[in-house]
Ligand binder design. Structure first.
Ligand SMILES: [Zn+2]
Length: 653
């Protein structure tokens, strides 16, 4: 079978091509709290950094994912279950269904964002294939419970059945919020009902080896008003941490976060994506259940883990063997795993914590991770991806096959698809709805600008619409112009000054220019016709790593605005090796396009004066030559000019 997308008519849409319902739809809608994120239609990006990424996602990535899953038989798995012909030779990992569901979610948000009939047609074509594979009791999984396959729920540690169900439920929530009830949302409810029957208070006392069902059920409860789903999510969160999951080979309870209950956990540990999906679901459960103790524990975990177990890019995961967090200060740049999905999951946690608390540090981390992990993964044409995002590449590329299924693209070249291909569809669903985290509404009268991107912001406040026109080439340039097109009486605006932006300035009509400190700045008494200018100092700056991070002691990183920069071998002078470069940021950093120039020398000599004998090979260069300028480029664009060696942390002279 192929995906025939030509016969399904587009859904009813408003004048903008988008269903009216989708205007305020968004992925996360807590049941309690004064803050809400922007709706899909309340922020419209045109061009700029994020608008371009969203357009490319729509034009290339969505179809790319569908094509690969068709080619590999992951969609046909549903046809074979429906036809009763699946068996031992089923292609794909046990969790491949979830990639189809994440694509469905991406298509639902994309259709809600733009009203694009092609996104809707692809969505319907996929639903045509998924729906017939449902069992009569609401169980849906192409890997388990069919002739020639293992029985249902016989491997909770590695089976990913509830994980897959969770992603289907998230797709159903996206569809419900953007379009309304339809056959996919009905399927999502039946699958969730099956989970509640099987794993409810009187059911199996189990959890899934890969969290995801928690965050999905919590959101389904919000979207449908059916509290059973929230209660089930809470049950899964509380059941975890009691060692019920069998080890997978050498991976024990800590890998699954089944070693310590969530509310007793001090720092994120084990498999990073698992830890972060679990934390996201736990924040939802804490907020909707009024569980302040749990929320406080999660804020503590965030603080500890971000201070001591997170890379400068926002990347999380220091170990390859379990795709997991390391110990405090264990942050090797060359062995950084920093899976793209972990960055996405980190944003999921931070966004929920922002909505719950209003604290600026959560939004600061979302900015860091969005620019330096999320945006790093997709290639310039949206059809190849990084899975791991190391901060240093010692061997240039070479292990990636074009037009083939790859391992995890650890060799520094983006790959079209992976054996475990969680990242591309995760990028797709995240980019399609990314702009809903760019602005927020606080209470009845305050609009909040969280991320700066060119476009229109039309936030519905109690007294009417606050319409702002944002013009900026951020992050290339730090000037952000906010024109107030219309503001209801008594409305206010809150702006985020990023943590790195010391010396930022705000110009307001009538009152002139003043310096504004990192954090929030409030502007009252807005009126149509006002124009504000926020000037963020994006010039390059050197950042010293905490000396407790042994792996990067004696080095410096260079950042420019929200962008982490890196040095690629592509930019080295003739005859200079990447390992021999020593930089001197004290000589001044200069703007260089959207990157920087740093003074450097080739000098591999050991530190002088120790008087101790050296260990290892003799340095290639022992007498530094003349200093030269080295261009540094944004990390998110690395390897776009071909395979290269690369490093973010640069040794100092
Ligand atoms: Zn992934």
């Amino acid at each position: 079978m192929t995906l025939d997308t030509t016969t399904t008519p587009p859904a009813a849409a408003d004048g903008a091509g988008r269903g009216e319902r989708a205007r305020t739809a968004r992925p996360v809608q807590p049941a309690a709290g004064a803050l809400r994120g922007a709706g899909l239609g309340e922020v419209t990006l045109d061009g700029g950094f994020w608008g371009t990424l969203q357009d490319r996602n729509a034009a290339a990535t969505l179809q790319h994912c569908a094509d690969w899953m068709e080619r590999l038989g992951w969609i046909e798995n549903f046809d074979r279950v429906a036809a009763g012909t699946t068996g031992p030779d089923r292609p794909g990992w046990q969790f491949s269904d979830s990639e189809v569901y994440k694509l469905l979610e991406a298509l639902a948000w994309e259709h809600g964002r733009t009203g694009d009939p092609a996104a809707d047609a692809l969505f319907e074509a996929l639903v045509d294939r998924v729906l017939p594979a449902e069992d009569p009791d609401g169980y849906l999984n192409t890997c388990y419970g069919h002739p020639g396959r293992a029985e249902r729920y016989t491997d909770l540690s590695a089976g990913h059945e509830l994980y897959c169900s969770g992603h289907l439920v998230q797709a159903a929530v996206a569809r419900l919020r953007t379009t309304g009830e339809d056959r996919l949302t009905a399927l999502g409810r039946r699958v969730a009902d099956h989970v509640v029957r099987e794993f409810g208070p009187d059911g199996r006392d189990g959890v899934c080896g890969h969290p995801e069902i928690e965050v999905a059920l919590a959101e389904l409860a919000r979207a449908t008003g059916d509290d059973r789903y929230r209660v089930q999510a809470e049950l899964f969160v509380e059941r975890r941490g009691h060692g019920t999951l069998d080890p997978i080979a050498l991976l024990g309870p800590a890998y699954f976060q089944d070693d310590v209950p969530v509310r007793e956990t001090e720092a994120w540990h084990g498999h990073a994506v698992r830890a972060l999906y679990l934390a996201a679901g736990a924040v939802d459960v804490a907020v909707d259940g009024g569980d302040d103790e749990l929320l406080e524990a999660l804020e503590g975990q965030w603080r500890h883990s971000v201070e001591r177990r997170t890379y400068i890019t926002g990347g999380m995961g220091s170990r390859h063997q379990d795709e997991g967090f390391g110990d405090d200060w264990e942050l090797p740049p060359d062995r950084a795993y920093c899976e793209t999905c972990a960055g996405i999951a980190s944003n999921m946690v931070s966004w929920r914590l922002y909505l719950a608390t209003g604290r600026v540090e959560y939004v600061d981390l979302i900015e860091r991770t969005s620019y330096n992990v999320l945006a790093t993964s997709p290639s310039a044409d949206g059809t190849a991806f990084f899975y791991a995002n190391p901060l240093q590449q010692r061997v240039a590329g070479g292990d990636v096959l074009p037009d083939a299924v790859n391992a995890r693209a650890e060799g520094g070249v983006r790959a079209p698809w992976f054996d475990v291909s969680c990242c591309p569809t995760n990028v797709a669903r995240t980019l399609a709805s990314w702009h809903t985290t760019a602005a927020a509404v606080d209470g009845d009268r305050t609009g909040v600008l969280l991320q700066y991107a060119t476009g229109d912001v039309r936030l519905t406040l109690r007294a009417g619409e606050l319409h702002l026109r944002v013009t900026t080439s951020y992050p290339d340039d730090g000037d952000v112009r906010v024109a107030v097109v219309a503001a209801p009486e008594g409305s206010a605006l809150r702006l985020r000054v990023p943590s790195w932006a010391g010396g930022a300035e705000l110009t307001l009509p009538g009152t002139g220019t003043r310096e504004v400190a990192p954090g929030w700045v409030d502007v009252d008494a807005l009126a149509g016709g006002d124009e504000l200018l926020l000037r963020l100092p994006v010039q390059p700056r050197a950042t010293w790593p905490d000396p407790r991070i042994d792996a990067v002691r004696g080095t410096v990183a260079v950042e420019r605005g929200p962008l982490v920069l890196c040095l690629e071998s592509t930019d080295l002078p003739e005859g200079v090796a990447l390992d021999d470069v020593r930089v001197d940021p004290g000589q001044g950093l200069r703007d260089h396009g959207d990157g920087a120039l740093v003074r450097a020398r080739a000098d591999a000599a050991p530190p002088s004066g120790s008087g101790l004998p050296p260990f290892g090979a003799r340095p290639a260069v022992v007498r530094p030559g003349a200093a030269f300028d080295l261009p540094l480029v944004p990390y998110h664009r690395w390897a776009e000019r071909g395979a290269a060696t690369m490093r973010v942390f640069l040794p100092t002279s």
